[in-house]
Design a protein around this ligand. Structure first.
Ligand SMILES: *[C@@H]1O[C@H](CO)[C@@H](O)[C@H](O)[C@H]1NC(C)=O
Ligand SMILES: *[C@@H]1O[C@H](CO)[C@@H](O)[C@H](O)[C@H]1NC(C)=O
Ligand SMILES: *[C@@H]1O[C@H](CO)[C@@H](O)[C@H](O)[C@H]1NC(C)=O
Length: 371
Protein backbone atom coordinates (compact mmCIF):
# COMPACT_ATOMS: atom_id res chain seq x y z
CA UNK A 1 0.00 0.00 0.00
CA UNK A 2 2.15 2.87 -1.28
CA UNK A 3 -0.15 5.67 -0.07
CA UNK A 4 0.01 4.64 3.53
CA UNK A 5 3.78 4.22 3.37
CA UNK A 6 4.02 7.77 2.12
CA UNK A 7 1.86 9.08 4.93
CA UNK A 8 3.98 7.26 7.49
CA UNK A 9 7.11 8.88 6.11
CA UNK A 10 5.63 12.37 6.32
CA UNK A 11 4.86 12.14 10.05
CA UNK A 12 6.77 14.68 12.15
CA UNK A 13 9.42 13.54 14.61
CA UNK A 14 7.47 14.47 17.80
CA UNK A 15 4.50 12.53 16.48
CA UNK A 16 6.65 9.48 15.86
CA UNK A 17 8.13 9.81 19.36
CA UNK A 18 4.65 9.96 20.82
CA UNK A 19 3.68 6.91 18.79
CA UNK A 20 6.79 5.12 19.93
CA UNK A 21 6.10 5.92 23.59
CA UNK A 22 2.49 4.77 23.37
CA UNK A 23 3.64 1.66 21.58
CA UNK A 24 6.02 0.82 24.44
CA UNK A 25 3.22 1.47 26.91
CA UNK A 26 0.85 -0.84 25.03
CA UNK A 27 3.56 -3.50 24.80
CA UNK A 28 4.12 -3.14 28.55
CA UNK A 29 0.39 -3.52 29.21
CA UNK A 30 0.23 -6.44 26.84
CA UNK A 31 3.16 -8.28 28.39
CA UNK A 32 1.79 -7.64 31.88
CA UNK A 33 -1.48 -9.05 30.67
CA UNK A 34 0.22 -12.08 29.18
CA UNK A 35 2.32 -12.67 32.29
CA UNK A 36 -0.66 -12.39 34.59
CA UNK A 37 -3.11 -14.33 32.50
CA UNK A 38 -1.34 -16.85 30.36
CA UNK A 39 1.27 -18.26 32.67
CA UNK A 40 -1.11 -19.43 35.42
CA UNK A 41 -3.23 -21.00 32.69
CA UNK A 42 -0.31 -23.15 31.53
CA UNK A 43 -2.33 -26.43 31.51
CA UNK A 44 -4.16 -25.06 28.46
CA UNK A 45 -1.22 -26.07 26.35
CA UNK A 46 1.31 -28.69 27.14
CA UNK A 47 4.47 -27.68 25.40
CA UNK A 48 6.84 -30.50 26.19
CA UNK A 49 9.88 -28.80 24.77
CA UNK A 50 9.49 -25.73 26.91
CA UNK A 51 9.40 -26.66 30.54
CA UNK A 52 10.19 -23.14 31.62
CA UNK A 53 7.20 -21.22 30.35
CA UNK A 54 8.34 -17.97 31.90
CA UNK A 55 11.11 -17.94 29.31
CA UNK A 56 8.68 -17.81 26.38
CA UNK A 57 8.67 -14.57 24.38
CA UNK A 58 5.40 -12.64 23.93
CA UNK A 59 4.73 -14.23 20.51
CA UNK A 60 4.79 -17.77 21.92
CA UNK A 61 6.92 -20.70 23.03
CA UNK A 62 9.47 -22.07 20.59
CA UNK A 63 9.71 -25.84 20.12
CA UNK A 64 12.84 -27.19 18.53
CA UNK A 65 14.22 -30.74 18.39
CA UNK A 66 17.73 -31.95 19.14
CA UNK A 67 19.30 -35.07 17.60
CA UNK A 68 17.20 -38.25 17.37
CA UNK A 69 14.45 -36.49 19.20
CA UNK A 70 10.78 -36.07 18.42
CA UNK A 71 9.14 -33.00 19.93
CA UNK A 72 5.40 -33.12 20.37
CA UNK A 73 3.09 -30.16 20.59
CA UNK A 74 -0.34 -31.04 21.95
CA UNK A 75 -3.35 -29.20 23.27
CA UNK A 76 -4.92 -30.36 26.52
CA UNK A 77 -7.89 -31.72 24.60
CA UNK A 78 -5.73 -34.48 23.21
CA UNK A 79 -3.27 -36.84 24.77
CA UNK A 80 0.19 -35.35 25.07
CA UNK A 81 1.57 -38.14 22.92
CA UNK A 82 -0.44 -37.11 19.87
CA UNK A 83 0.72 -34.49 17.44
CA UNK A 84 -2.43 -32.43 17.64
CA UNK A 85 -0.56 -29.17 17.19
CA UNK A 86 2.58 -30.50 15.57
CA UNK A 87 5.53 -32.89 15.66
CA UNK A 88 9.20 -32.23 14.96
CA UNK A 89 11.99 -34.71 14.36
CA UNK A 90 15.64 -34.36 13.44
CA UNK A 91 18.38 -36.89 12.74
CA UNK A 92 22.06 -36.15 12.23
CA UNK A 93 23.67 -37.64 9.13
CA UNK A 94 25.83 -40.58 10.30
CA UNK A 95 29.04 -39.21 8.77
CA UNK A 96 28.50 -35.59 9.82
CA UNK A 97 30.34 -34.18 12.79
CA UNK A 98 27.44 -31.85 13.59
CA UNK A 99 23.79 -31.74 12.62
CA UNK A 100 23.43 -28.62 10.46
CA UNK A 101 19.63 -28.78 10.33
CA UNK A 102 17.54 -26.61 12.58
CA UNK A 103 13.77 -26.35 12.82
CA UNK A 104 11.19 -24.72 15.01
CA UNK A 105 7.46 -24.60 15.51
CA UNK A 106 5.66 -21.88 17.43
CA UNK A 107 1.96 -22.55 17.93
CA UNK A 108 0.19 -20.34 18.70
CA UNK A 109 2.30 -17.59 17.12
CA UNK A 110 0.72 -14.42 18.48
CA UNK A 111 1.04 -11.12 16.65
CA UNK A 112 -1.17 -8.12 16.00
CA UNK A 113 -2.24 -9.63 12.71
CA UNK A 114 -4.20 -12.28 14.58
CA UNK A 115 -7.81 -11.05 14.81
CA UNK A 116 -8.93 -10.64 18.43
CA UNK A 117 -11.75 -13.17 18.13
CA UNK A 118 -9.65 -15.85 16.41
CA UNK A 119 -8.73 -19.15 18.03
CA UNK A 120 -5.11 -18.88 19.15
CA UNK A 121 -4.03 -22.21 17.69
CA UNK A 122 -5.07 -20.97 14.25
CA UNK A 123 -1.76 -19.17 14.16
CA UNK A 124 1.64 -20.75 13.83
CA UNK A 125 5.11 -20.16 12.50
CA UNK A 126 7.13 -23.16 11.37
CA UNK A 127 10.58 -23.28 9.78
CA UNK A 128 13.15 -25.68 8.40
CA UNK A 129 16.67 -24.25 8.28
CA UNK A 130 19.26 -26.48 6.64
CA UNK A 131 22.86 -25.35 7.04
CA UNK A 132 25.65 -25.92 4.48
CA UNK A 133 29.30 -25.04 4.34
CA UNK A 134 31.85 -25.17 7.16
CA UNK A 135 29.83 -22.95 9.52
CA UNK A 136 26.35 -23.55 8.09
CA UNK A 137 25.09 -24.84 11.44
CA UNK A 138 26.01 -21.51 13.02
CA UNK A 139 23.98 -19.64 10.41
CA UNK A 140 21.04 -22.06 10.83
CA UNK A 141 21.23 -21.71 14.62
CA UNK A 142 21.36 -17.94 14.32
CA UNK A 143 18.28 -18.02 12.05
CA UNK A 144 16.47 -20.31 14.48
CA UNK A 145 16.92 -17.96 17.39
CA UNK A 146 16.44 -14.65 15.55
CA UNK A 147 13.83 -15.23 12.85
CA UNK A 148 10.73 -15.62 15.09
CA UNK A 149 11.35 -12.29 16.83
CA UNK A 150 12.08 -10.48 13.57
CA UNK A 151 8.90 -11.83 11.94
CA UNK A 152 6.85 -10.91 15.03
CA UNK A 153 8.26 -7.36 15.05
CA UNK A 154 7.44 -6.89 11.37
CA UNK A 155 3.88 -8.18 11.82
CA UNK A 156 3.39 -6.01 14.90
CA UNK A 157 4.29 -2.83 13.03
CA UNK A 158 0.63 -2.28 12.12
CA UNK A 159 -2.73 -3.15 13.54
CA UNK A 160 -4.77 -6.13 12.40
CA UNK A 161 -5.69 -7.06 9.71
CA UNK A 162 -3.40 -6.09 6.90
CA UNK A 163 -3.57 -7.20 3.26
CA UNK A 164 -1.87 -10.31 1.91
CA UNK A 165 0.55 -8.06 0.00
CA UNK A 166 1.62 -6.36 3.20
CA UNK A 167 2.11 -9.63 5.08
CA UNK A 168 4.08 -11.09 2.16
CA UNK A 169 6.29 -8.00 2.19
CA UNK A 170 6.90 -8.35 5.95
CA UNK A 171 8.14 -11.89 5.41
CA UNK A 172 10.49 -10.70 2.65
CA UNK A 173 11.68 -7.86 4.88
CA UNK A 174 12.22 -10.32 7.74
CA UNK A 175 14.48 -12.48 5.56
CA UNK A 176 16.36 -9.35 4.41
CA UNK A 177 16.91 -8.24 7.99
CA UNK A 178 18.00 -11.72 9.01
CA UNK A 179 20.53 -11.72 6.16
CA UNK A 180 21.86 -8.30 7.14
CA UNK A 181 22.45 -9.40 10.73
CA UNK A 182 24.11 -12.80 10.09
CA UNK A 183 27.36 -12.78 12.12
CA UNK A 184 30.13 -11.96 9.59
CA UNK A 185 32.37 -14.83 10.64
CA UNK A 186 29.64 -17.48 10.10
CA UNK A 187 28.20 -15.87 6.96
CA UNK A 188 31.59 -15.99 5.23
CA UNK A 189 31.91 -19.73 5.74
CA UNK A 190 28.35 -20.97 5.51
CA UNK A 191 24.70 -20.44 4.93
CA UNK A 192 21.33 -22.07 5.37
CA UNK A 193 18.07 -22.60 3.54
CA UNK A 194 14.89 -21.25 5.08
CA UNK A 195 11.47 -22.74 4.38
CA UNK A 196 9.04 -20.85 6.58
CA UNK A 197 5.26 -21.13 6.88
CA UNK A 198 3.12 -18.59 8.70
CA UNK A 199 -0.51 -19.28 9.44
CA UNK A 200 -2.83 -16.43 10.25
CA UNK A 201 -6.44 -17.53 10.60
CA UNK A 202 -7.58 -19.12 7.35
CA UNK A 203 -4.48 -18.34 5.31
CA UNK A 204 -1.05 -19.86 4.92
CA UNK A 205 1.94 -17.75 3.87
CA UNK A 206 4.83 -19.83 2.54
CA UNK A 207 8.21 -18.09 2.38
CA UNK A 208 10.99 -20.15 0.86
CA UNK A 209 14.66 -19.53 0.08
CA UNK A 210 16.78 -22.47 -1.02
CA UNK A 211 16.28 -26.20 -1.32
CA UNK A 212 14.39 -26.98 1.85
CA UNK A 213 10.76 -27.62 1.11
CA UNK A 214 7.28 -27.35 2.59
CA UNK A 215 4.22 -29.11 1.19
CA UNK A 216 0.52 -28.85 1.97
CA UNK A 217 -1.20 -32.23 1.84
CA UNK A 218 -4.83 -33.26 1.75
CA UNK A 219 -4.71 -36.66 3.47
CA UNK A 220 -7.15 -39.54 3.14
CA UNK A 221 -8.36 -40.83 0.81
CA UNK A 222 -6.46 -39.16 -2.00
CA UNK A 223 -3.23 -37.94 -0.45
CA UNK A 224 -3.12 -34.94 -2.74
CA UNK A 225 -0.28 -32.41 -2.68
CA UNK A 226 -2.22 -29.13 -2.73
CA UNK A 227 0.84 -26.88 -2.72
CA UNK A 228 4.60 -27.15 -2.56
CA UNK A 229 7.40 -24.61 -2.37
CA UNK A 230 10.02 -24.56 -5.10
CA UNK A 231 13.57 -25.87 -4.87
CA UNK A 232 15.55 -22.74 -5.71
CA UNK A 233 18.26 -24.08 -8.03
CA UNK A 234 20.69 -21.97 -10.10
CA UNK A 235 19.71 -23.52 -13.46
CA UNK A 236 16.06 -22.32 -13.22
CA UNK A 237 15.55 -19.63 -15.88
CA UNK A 238 14.64 -16.72 -13.54
CA UNK A 239 17.43 -17.59 -11.12
CA UNK A 240 19.99 -17.94 -13.92
CA UNK A 241 19.11 -14.53 -15.37
CA UNK A 242 19.49 -12.80 -12.00
CA UNK A 243 22.77 -14.50 -11.13
CA UNK A 244 24.42 -14.14 -14.53
CA UNK A 245 23.41 -10.49 -14.82
CA UNK A 246 25.11 -9.93 -11.43
CA UNK A 247 28.31 -11.44 -12.80
CA UNK A 248 27.83 -14.91 -11.30
CA UNK A 249 28.85 -18.12 -13.04
CA UNK A 250 26.69 -21.24 -13.04
CA UNK A 251 27.80 -24.80 -13.62
CA UNK A 252 25.02 -27.08 -14.89
CA UNK A 253 25.78 -30.79 -15.45
CA UNK A 254 24.01 -31.58 -18.76
CA UNK A 255 22.85 -34.97 -17.47
CA UNK A 256 21.42 -33.61 -14.26
CA UNK A 257 20.56 -29.88 -14.31
CA UNK A 258 19.11 -30.11 -10.78
CA UNK A 259 22.72 -30.53 -9.56
CA UNK A 260 23.59 -27.04 -10.82
CA UNK A 261 25.97 -24.88 -8.78
CA UNK A 262 26.81 -21.19 -8.48
CA UNK A 263 30.60 -21.09 -8.75
CA UNK A 264 32.64 -18.59 -6.78
CA UNK A 265 36.27 -18.18 -5.79
CA UNK A 266 35.95 -17.97 -2.02
CA UNK A 267 38.55 -15.78 -0.36
CA UNK A 268 37.57 -17.20 3.02
CA UNK A 269 38.15 -20.79 1.86
CA UNK A 270 40.97 -19.90 -0.59
CA UNK A 271 39.45 -22.11 -3.26
CA UNK A 272 36.78 -22.21 -5.93
CA UNK A 273 33.57 -23.65 -4.53
CA UNK A 274 30.00 -24.13 -5.69
CA UNK A 275 26.68 -23.41 -4.02
CA UNK A 276 23.87 -25.83 -4.85
CA UNK A 277 21.10 -23.24 -4.59
CA UNK A 278 20.23 -19.78 -5.83
CA UNK A 279 18.72 -18.36 -2.62
CA UNK A 280 19.88 -18.71 0.97
CA UNK A 281 20.62 -17.01 4.29
CA UNK A 282 24.32 -16.26 4.91
CA UNK A 283 26.73 -17.26 2.10
CA UNK A 284 28.02 -13.68 1.97
CA UNK A 285 30.49 -14.34 -0.84
CA UNK A 286 27.66 -15.47 -3.11
CA UNK A 287 25.41 -12.55 -2.24
CA UNK A 288 27.63 -10.29 -4.36
CA UNK A 289 26.91 -12.38 -7.46
CA UNK A 290 23.15 -12.65 -7.42
CA UNK A 291 22.40 -15.35 -4.85
CA UNK A 292 19.69 -13.72 -2.78
CA UNK A 293 18.12 -14.13 0.66
CA UNK A 294 14.77 -12.94 -0.70
CA UNK A 295 12.22 -15.73 -0.37
CA UNK A 296 9.46 -16.55 -2.81
CA UNK A 297 6.30 -15.92 -0.80
CA UNK A 298 3.00 -17.55 -1.75
CA UNK A 299 -0.39 -17.17 -0.10
CA UNK A 300 -2.64 -20.22 0.05
CA UNK A 301 -6.16 -19.91 1.48
CA UNK A 302 -7.21 -22.85 3.64
CA UNK A 303 -10.20 -24.34 1.85
CA UNK A 304 -10.95 -26.99 4.43
CA UNK A 305 -9.31 -27.90 7.72
CA UNK A 306 -10.24 -31.51 7.50
CA UNK A 307 -7.37 -33.92 6.94
CA UNK A 308 -4.95 -31.27 5.84
CA UNK A 309 -1.43 -31.04 7.11
CA UNK A 310 1.84 -29.35 6.34
CA UNK A 311 5.13 -31.19 6.00
CA UNK A 312 8.31 -29.11 6.13
CA UNK A 313 11.57 -30.96 5.68
CA UNK A 314 15.19 -30.50 4.70
CA UNK A 315 16.30 -31.71 1.27
CA UNK A 316 17.54 -34.88 2.97
CA UNK A 317 13.98 -36.16 2.81
CA UNK A 318 12.83 -34.68 -0.50
CA UNK A 319 15.96 -35.73 -2.43
CA UNK A 320 15.13 -39.38 -2.16
CA UNK A 321 11.54 -39.70 -3.36
CA UNK A 322 8.95 -37.80 -5.31
CA UNK A 323 6.78 -35.53 -3.17
CA UNK A 324 3.58 -37.32 -4.22
CA UNK A 325 5.07 -40.60 -3.00
CA UNK A 326 6.04 -39.07 0.34
CA UNK A 327 2.61 -37.46 0.74
CA UNK A 328 0.99 -40.84 0.12
CA UNK A 329 3.33 -42.63 2.54
CA UNK A 330 2.79 -40.04 5.25
CA UNK A 331 -0.97 -40.20 4.75
CA UNK A 332 -1.11 -43.98 4.81
CA UNK A 333 1.34 -44.55 7.63
CA UNK A 334 0.75 -41.65 9.94
CA UNK A 335 -2.82 -40.57 9.27
CA UNK A 336 -4.41 -44.01 9.00
CA UNK A 337 -7.58 -43.22 10.93
CA UNK A 338 -7.73 -39.50 11.21
CA UNK A 339 -4.93 -38.34 13.43
CA UNK A 340 -2.72 -41.24 14.45
CA UNK A 341 -1.97 -41.08 18.16
CA UNK A 342 1.26 -42.98 17.73
CA UNK A 343 2.63 -40.50 15.20
CA UNK A 344 5.44 -39.36 17.53
CA UNK A 345 6.87 -42.90 17.70
CA UNK A 346 6.20 -43.57 14.04
CA UNK A 347 7.85 -40.45 12.69
CA UNK A 348 11.48 -41.52 13.39
CA UNK A 349 10.74 -44.98 12.01
CA UNK A 350 9.23 -43.40 8.91
CA UNK A 351 12.38 -41.33 8.34
CA UNK A 352 14.57 -44.40 8.91
CA UNK A 353 12.59 -46.33 6.31
CA UNK A 354 12.70 -43.57 3.68
CA UNK A 355 16.37 -42.84 4.36
CA UNK A 356 18.16 -45.74 6.10
CA UNK A 357 21.13 -44.44 8.14
CA UNK A 358 23.33 -47.09 6.52
CA UNK A 359 23.00 -45.64 3.04
CA UNK A 360 22.04 -42.05 3.55
CA UNK A 361 24.48 -39.44 4.81
CA UNK A 362 22.62 -36.12 4.99
CA UNK A 363 20.97 -34.62 8.07
CA UNK A 364 17.20 -34.96 7.97
CA UNK A 365 14.59 -32.88 9.73
CA UNK A 366 10.84 -33.18 9.39
CA UNK A 367 8.06 -31.11 10.88
CA UNK A 368 4.42 -32.17 10.55
CA UNK A 369 1.74 -29.64 11.40
CA UNK A 370 -1.97 -30.53 11.17
CA UNK A 371 -4.07 -27.49 10.23
C1 LIG B 1 20.96 -41.23 16.71
O1 LIG B 1 20.54 -42.53 16.30
C2 LIG B 1 21.49 -43.21 15.49
C3 LIG B 1 20.89 -44.52 15.01
O2 LIG B 1 19.66 -44.77 15.52
C4 LIG B 1 22.78 -43.43 16.30
O3 LIG B 1 23.73 -44.08 15.52
C5 LIG B 1 23.31 -42.07 16.76
O4 LIG B 1 24.43 -42.25 17.58
C6 LIG B 1 22.23 -41.29 17.52
N1 LIG B 1 22.75 -39.96 17.81
C7 LIG B 1 22.61 -39.39 19.00
C8 LIG B 1 23.21 -38.03 19.15
O5 LIG B 1 22.02 -39.90 19.92
C1 LIG C 1 -10.60 -38.93 -4.09
O1 LIG C 1 -10.86 -40.27 -3.87
C2 LIG C 1 -12.23 -40.60 -3.99
C3 LIG C 1 -12.42 -42.05 -3.59
O2 LIG C 1 -11.26 -42.81 -3.76
C4 LIG C 1 -12.68 -40.31 -5.42
O3 LIG C 1 -14.06 -40.60 -5.58
C5 LIG C 1 -12.44 -38.85 -5.74
O4 LIG C 1 -12.75 -38.55 -7.07
C6 LIG C 1 -10.99 -38.46 -5.49
N1 LIG C 1 -10.82 -37.04 -5.63
C7 LIG C 1 -9.76 -36.48 -6.23
C8 LIG C 1 -9.71 -35.01 -6.26
O5 LIG C 1 -8.84 -37.16 -6.69
C1 LIG D 1 45.78 -20.32 -1.24
O1 LIG D 1 46.00 -21.53 -1.94
C2 LIG D 1 47.15 -21.53 -2.77
C3 LIG D 1 47.26 -22.83 -3.53
O2 LIG D 1 46.07 -23.51 -3.62
C4 LIG D 1 48.39 -21.29 -1.93
O3 LIG D 1 49.50 -21.23 -2.77
C5 LIG D 1 48.24 -20.01 -1.15
O4 LIG D 1 49.33 -19.86 -0.28
C6 LIG D 1 46.94 -20.00 -0.34
N1 LIG D 1 46.76 -18.71 0.29
C7 LIG D 1 46.46 -18.58 1.56
C8 LIG D 1 46.27 -17.19 2.05
O5 LIG D 1 46.30 -19.54 2.31
Amino acid sequence: MPDETLITKKKSAPFILLQFASCIFVTFLLSTFILLNLVPAAPQLSLNANKNRNACPAYGCISSPIDNQTVILSSELYSTTSCQLGCLFTRQGPSHSVNQDRSFLIRPFLTKQQAAFAIKEESFLVAILDGHGVLGHEVAEYARTELPGIVADKLNARQCCQSDDWIQQQLKDAFAELQKKVPVHSGQRGGCTASVTLRIGEKLYFANAGDGRTILVYGKPNATVLYHTRFDKPHLPDERVRIESSGGRIHTPPQNPAMSRVIVFSKAANETIGLAMSRSIGDSEWKEIGVTAEPIVDVVPIESLERQFIVAASDGLWDLRRIEFLARQLTNNLYETGLDKSLPEKLPLFVDRIAPTKGYQDDISVVIVPL
